[in-house]
Design a protein around this ligand. Sequence first.
Ligand code: ADP
Ligand code: TRP
Length: 311
Amino acid sequence: MQRLLTGIQSSGTLHIGNYFGALKPFVEMYPSYESFLMVADYHSLTSLKDSSAVRESIFNTVKDYIAVGVSPEDVVIFKQSDILEHTELAWIFDCLVTVPFLMQAHAYKDKVAKGLEANAGLFTYPMLMAADILLYDADVVPVGEDQRQHIEYAREAAAKFNNAYGETFKEPREYINKAVATVPGTDGKKMSKSYGNTIPLFGTKDEIAKAAMSILTDSSGESPENVYNIHRLLRSEIDLAPIYKANKGNYKASKEALIEDLEAFIAPMRYVRENISDTDVANILREGSEHARAIAEKKMIDVRQKVGVTL
Ligand code: ADP
Ligand code: TRP
């Protein structure tokens, strides 16, 4: 059975872009694989400096995973920081790749351009992500389009290591759902927590309605493209055609139809999420991390020997 692995940096609240770009593909794919889902809490330190926010975001991320339909019985749900081998292997990769290579990372440049501190962790972020993936010999990594380059970086880290020390790591491939590669935000640009253009995945009905009502509409057109582009994630184009035909020129009615569909899709997940306790999360992570650790520890014994630090 092939291995599927993905992770989400535990900072901020999930939006529907994260859901359609990363979580939904994972939920649909995981039954056919041996699957791993990671909380990238060490990655979150590149932006979060407040310990209670870090802790809270770990609980929230696991609750999000369960609420969208990930079963802890079938998927190894684990926390990055529980497995020391991740940061250890990231260091080894840091010593194999060059600064100019890392400088080409779009995500790094974008984040710095958006005002994030250019700390060294943010800069070497792709090598920690490479370690996350390669420690488990993952075959497939479902991500959104913006993470494509990071998977290329993971392949590059694997190739560099294999080249220097002999065949050790499997080169993973990304899985990017073409139909929803980039979910547009309320302003029509990529939905992103850093752009303040999101529709929250677990928002209250009011929060969802407020976000949907703020979708920018082109006052010269007849059909509100930005509204439609989000709506078509929830319903087929055949279903939507009569609605948009009837609402032609009436943006408010189209937005109201969208809000109703968003609520119908989110409410059941919100309900599941409200019934998961922090203790449930701690138990899930303890078990998941134990499982993941066994794999990572085994891999690192080989890696340490190959690089020469084992006497
Ligand atoms: P953000 O851009 O809000 O900071 P993250 O970088 O935390 O989101 O992304 C988490 C996951 O969700 C990644 O796999 C990413 O590719 C996916 N994702 C984020 N935004 C979108 C979007 N607008 N459309 C599709 N996928 C997305
Ligand atoms: N960098 C990813 C993001 O921002 C999160 C992540 C960390 C990840 N480690 C990973 C995704 C390993 C897939 C595999 O979304």
